[in-house]
Design a protein around this ligand. Structure first.
Ligand SMILES: Cc1cc2nc3c(=O)[nH]c(=O)nc-3n(C[C@H](O)[C@H](O)[C@H](O)COP(=O)(O)OP(=O)(O)OC[C@H]3O[C@@H](n4cnc5c(N)ncnc54)[C@H](O)[C@@H]3O)c2cc1C
Length: 266
């Protein structure tokens, strides 16, 4: 199998990790990413269990540790911001894990580890695949063509190439929740503790420290399936503000931050 050409589609976590191992075992690897650059958004990812073992074998465990989000545990608070329950990171029930890293930091670490030896192509994607016994012919949106021995799809949950290769979409079971994520300015109620507030009317607010001097906020709320489907970003902001306005605790702070947000992920 050595010297074979492999195309990996998707440069997030799975794609570059696979590329690292394929390169290490002598394959010639190209990674193609639909976005124009690495997508560095997202919030906390826990590196634990098999992921920790793999990170150790890839020699990036200490780099991951150095990018720790600095969170020391989770506090459930009431509307006056008094702590009701506290789960420090070293307790078995804590949400805060030993290796807590922002998704974007992990993506960057994996990219930097592989970029010298693996070819990365950004801003392009597969539009057709023709598989024969010995090869896969690939057409790209840019008009380029390629021939590979194997194509691996690492495009995450909404993969279009998976549909192209295998047909049909996976079935999703809607669990009744929407979540919005955004980065906000740190203020004097924030600390190295994550804070969780259960607001009335099925809303959960969570604020967590990051390692860049900011606070990562999430708002999770009950909603009917497709209630907010296909909204523009401005409409997402309006819908979210309508939902949380007057919910107590630090909801007004969040309303103001949502208006200004440039990284709202809904
Ligand atoms: C912007 C973003 C933010 C996220 N935030 C969080 C978070 O806060 N917390 C959390 O736990 N998980 C988050 N996730 C999901 C998490 O990254 C994944 O569920 C998990 O890590 C699995 O990673 P993956 O590499 O399999 O897929 P993903 O991380 O979903 O990455 C798939 C990659 O493939 C690319 N791609 C998609 N379609 C194509 C195509 N047709 N051709 C080429 N490339 C394509 C995408 O742009 C993306 O870079 C986020 C994902 C993204 C993309």
């Amino acid at each position: 199998m050595k010297d074979k050409k492999i195309l990996v589609s998707g440069a997030s976590i799975a794609g570059p990790t696979l590329a690292y191992w394929l390169d290490r075992y002598g394959f010639e690897v190209t990674v193609i990413e639909r976005a124009a650059a690495l997508r560095l958004g997202g919030q906390n990812i826990d590196v634990k269990g098999p992921a920790k073992e793999i990170a150790l074998k890839m020699g990036i465990l200490e780099e991951i540790r150095a990018h720790n989000t600095t969170e020391i545990g989770l506090r459930f608070v009431n509307s006056d911001n008094h702590t009701i329950a506290e789960f420090p990171s070293d307790s078995s029930m804590s949400m805060t894990q030993e290796l807590e890293i922002l998704r974007g930091d992990l993506v960057k670490i994996l990219y930097d580890l592989t970029a010298k030896r693996v070819e990365y192509i950004f801003g392009d994607h597969i539009i057709d695949l023709i598989e024969s016994e010995n090869e896969v012919k690939v057409d790209f949106a840019s008009g380029k063509k390629g021939i590979f021995d194997i194509v691996v799809i690492a495009e995450g949950i909404g993969s279009a190439t998976r549909d192209l290769a295998f047909g049909g979409r996976p079935r999703f079971n809607y669990l009744g929740l929407y979540t919005a994520y955004l980065t906000i300015l740190r203020n004097n109620t924030d600390s190295r503790w994550a804070r969780w507030y259960n607001a009335p009317k099925g809303i959960v607010f969570m604020l967590r420290p990051d390692n860049y001097g900011k606070t990562r906020a999430s708002v999770t709320f009950l909603a009917k399936e497709n209630a907010y489907k296909d909204l523009s970003e401005a409409d997402q902001k309006r819908a979210l503000i309508d939902r949380i306005q007057g919910a107590g605790w630090e909801s007004e702070r969040l309303v103001n931050e949502i208006k200004e947000s440039e990284d709202l992920y809904f």
